[in-house]
Design a protein around this ligand. Structure first.
Ligand code: SF4
Ligand code: ZN
Ligand code: ZN
Length: 307
């Protein structure tokens, strides 16, 4: 089969692009799509220094390369990677660092244990004592640590590698919960607040499989393994499968759906950023002590008690 644009051997079949594409035209399709998303949602308006959160997986590594190719002459890129202290993921961290080095992008490797005194491996060993699944705590940790590092580094925004399916999953779970206030948070570009760095999702309208095909077509080095704590999530898989089926029946429909959902969510009143600051760490907080510091204290106390 031949690429429909240039007649070179086809690499992938993309229904919404009219069929077979060679590597070059696949790369072009993905990059142009991201460029359009960034422009339509004003993601880089006023951004001089852009942080890129890179875990070392396919999405974030592809994001780094796409942003480098499209914008490195206009904005200063800065890599942010968190070492969560998970045994078995060292290779993933190495992949992130190698990509920064390859592109000559300055970066910061944030060591959770050094900076905050605990690791996600330790959180996992505490089991039910924390009353929350390890991934829920890890999510809180990542959001906090990324924002703090971005704020300390004086970045104007941080880009993350969330893809189209992540957006569909978040939207359907939020709809199912019926919590409209959560729905208003659904956005590809969250504005900054006091000590809160803006967040953007440039891959938010790009299909996961296409991002992976992009990373492979460009022979990017990324980590293909899974975190040992990743739970088997049937609903997540079902949502992804259903999204794939919908796109097969009507190419590009999921993208239209997410755009529509974002439009509707944008009309809802968004809760403003927290107006106060945590008495312990000085980062934004709705209460006297932020949820990260409260969780951290509990983790440290439980670790101490056990030893
Ligand atoms: Fe953290 Fe869970 Fe993701 Fe592992 S799977 S990195 S524990 S959120
Ligand atoms: Zn081609
Ligand atoms: Zn705090």
């Amino acid at each position: 089969m031949r690429c429909r644009f240039c007649g070179e051997p086809a690499y992938v079949w993309v229904d919404r692009a009219g069929g077979p594409l060679c590597r070059k035209h696949l790369v072009q399709l993905v990059e142009r799509g991201v460029e359009k998303t960034v422009r339509s949602y004003g993601m880089l308006r006023g951004v001089r220094r852009l942080g890129v959160a890179v875990s070392g997986g396919k999405d974030s590594v592809a994001l780094l390369h796409i942003l480098y190719k499209l914008y490195s002459s206009k904005v200063e890129l800065y890599g942010l990677t968190i070492d969560l202290g998970i045994k078995g993921l060292e290779e993933q961290l190495r992949a992130a660092v190698e990509n920064y080095k390859l592109l000559g992008i300055p970066y910061r490797l944030i060591m959770l244990e050094e900076e905050h005194g605990f690791t996600i491996d330790q959180v996992a060993t505490l089991g039910r004592k924390l009353g929350r699944p390890v991934c829920s705590i890890c999510g809180l940790v990542k959001r906090y640590v990324l924002n703090k590092a971005a704020y300390e580094e004086g970045l104007d925004a941080v880009a993350t590698g969330h893809n189209l399916e992540d957006m569909i999953e978040f939207a359907s779970r939020t709809l199912a919960s019926g919590r409209l206030e959560e729905f208003s948070r659904l956005s590809l570009a969250s504005p900054p607040g006091p000590r809160m760095v803006a967040r953007i999702k440039p891959l938010g309208l790009t299909e996961e499989w296409l991002i992976e095909a992009y990373a492979r077509a460009k022979s990017l080095r990324f980590y293909e393994g899974l975190c040992p704590y990743k739970p088997r999530d049937n609903l997540r898989e079902a949502i992804r499968y259903a999204a794939g089926m919908v796109d097969e029946a009507s190419p590009g429909y999921t993208k239209i759906l997410v755009r529509g959902v974002l439009k509707a969510a944008g009309r809802l009143d968004r809760p403003g950023p927290p107006l106060g600051f945590c008495e312990k760490c000085g980062m934004p907080s709705t209460g006297r002590i932020c949820s990260f510091c409260r969780t951290r204290e509990r983790i440290l106390a439980l670790i101490e008690k056990r030893s």
